[in-house]
Design a protein around this ligand. Structure first.
Ligand code: SF4
Ligand code: SF4
Length: 453
């Protein structure tokens, strides 16, 4: 047996007084297994330890003192949900006040140079951030980050449709000596070579997420850019090349509905040919639905099954081409679901309003950059979690699970969403194991490995 990732000692301390070695035993509900070359990986989502067992060790796992001691194998009568609740309560308090604020999602504009039919911002007001507001945003960041390193995500609309706001904010932060790095959610159209150079040096840009909807014809029709007589698909692909050449990581998001899976697979093959060997490129698929309606409320069981099968095919192809996310397993229990309940991040809208969730650009504000106070009731409402459901009692993901009542993307748990999470955890386990092997081999070193949050 090999320990690939050590258990969290704080969790083990909390569990220590419950350890019993009597009666019939079984695998803890929170242990996920996945086969790999020559054996099986076991990952415990409560203690966060991962081990590798040879096939023979796996066959005899029920007799292993180590697996019993480390909570992989537990007495039959164990109520792991009670244990997990205790662990969460003792070692994982949530952060309550917004101080310091180190994560900023900045809407430089709510306008965009494309007109995608599925955009969640359709019908909303399109306004750019003024220069005056951009200066105030920089000042606000200086005053609220308490000297900590700041992460900025440029968001919109299309954030590069208002480059001057980005230039002002980043120049002012640099002048004030605030340490920061940034990322962007962009359609990629405006990342020409000169802009990329500036983005790396002035904006400290490290990562860009770009959505692609299909190969050339499909992409150009779906995006419906405002520019005439251009080939946006080729422009965006060239720009992805500029970003990668400049050392910026690019995450390509494939927007998947029920009917475009074949098209997306063609696209993945095209991208793989064009960007072969690019370590800073990863691709992932994401279901798109209508507006803010929760995924689970929309479709029938059989439709979901069809979607899941298509999603698996796409994920396998991405993996085969070497562009899957390289994130490993989580090393600590989750304290929050996302930026909205982190207690350390805010969104800033073009007019200076401050919010918590990037999907809200017209309401749900907690304050304004001209004021220091926040609306605590809105902040509290974004921390409210959904009620548990019957399936939580035996769900593998319970120790790490947080669903926010207000998150349209994620407020409902259903069988297919749990399947997707299980697939993701298994991939992370394999990534972690591969990384562990490479670490022990001085010839191999994977700099792009990401530790899951
Ligand atoms: S809400 Fe769903 S994913 Fe979370 S623990 Fe319960 S059953 Fe599992
Ligand atoms: S949509 Fe959901 S996951 Fe995204 S920021 Fe809002 S609350 Fe968080």
């Amino acid at each position: 047996m090999k320990v690939i990732s050590e258990a969290n000692t704080a969790v083990l301390k909390v569990l220590a007084k419950f350890n019993k070695k009597t009666e019939k035993s079984r695998l803890m509900h929170y242990v996920v297994e996945t086969p790999t070359e020559g054996g099986v990986l076991l990952y415990n989502l409560l203690t966060l330890e991962m081990v590798f067992l040879t096939d023979e060790e796996y066959r005899l796992r029920g007799d292993s003192d180590y697996l019993k001691k480390q909570w992989f194998i537990v007495p039959e009568s164990t109520n792991e949900k009670e244990l997990a609740d205790l662990v969460k309560m003792v070692i994982n308090p949530r952060q309550d006040n917004l101080n310091p604020i180190v994560g900023y999602t900045i809407f430089t504009t709510t306008d965009c140079n494309a007109r995608c039919f599925y955009c969640f911002e359709l019908g909303r007001t399109r306004i750019p951030m003024s220069e005056e507001t951009a200066y105030k945003v920089a000042k606000y960041i200086c005053e609220h980050s308490n000297g900590e390193k700041v992460r900025i995500s440029w968001f919109g609309g299309e954030p590069l449709f208002n480059v001057s706001a980005i230039d002002i904010i980043t120049s002012e932060l640099a002048k004030a000596g605030v340490e920061f790095k940034s990322s962007a959610v962009s359609n990629g159209y405006l990342f020409d070579e000169e802009t990329v150079k500036k983005a790396v040096s002035l904006w400290k840009l490290k990562r860009v997420q770009i959505s692609l909807d299909g190969t050339e014809d499909v992409y150009n029709k779906t995006k419906a850019y405002i520019y005439k007589n251009t080939n946006p698909y080729q422009i965006v692909l060239n720009n992805i090349g500029h970003l990668l050449d400049a050392g910026v990581s690019v995450q390509i998001r494939l927007n998947m509905d029920l009917y475009n899976a074949e098209e997306l697979m063609e696209l993945i093959k095209e991208l793989a040919e064009r960007f072969e060997g690019q370590k800073k490129l990863c691709i992932y698929a994401h279901y798109i639905f209508d507006g803010n309606i929760p995924m689970a409320e929309l479709r029938t069981e059989s439709e979901w099954q069809q979607r899941e099968e298509l999603m698996c095919k796409i994920e396998n192809l991405i993996e085969e081409k070497g562009f899957a996310f390289k994130s490993g397993i989580a090393k600590r229990l989750k304290r929050n679901h996302c930026m909205a309940d982190s207690g350390r991040s805010v969104t800033i809208l073009p007019d200076g309003n401050i919010g918590l969730c990037e999907h809200f650009s017209e309401n749900e504000f907690i304050g304004h950059i001209d004021r220091d106070s926040f609306d605590e009731s809105v902040i509290r409402s974004w921390k409210e979690t959904t009620e548990e459901i019957a399936e939580c009692a035996q769900c593998f993901y319970y120790p790490q699970c947080i669903h926010l009542k207000k998150c349209a993307n994620d407020r409902i748990c259903f069988a297919q969403s749990r399947n997707g999470t299980l697939r993701k955890v298994k991939r992370q386990m394999l990534n972690e194991y591969k990384h562990w092997i490479e670490k022990s081999d001085p010839e191999e070193n994977d700099d792009d490995f990401i530790v899951a949050e």
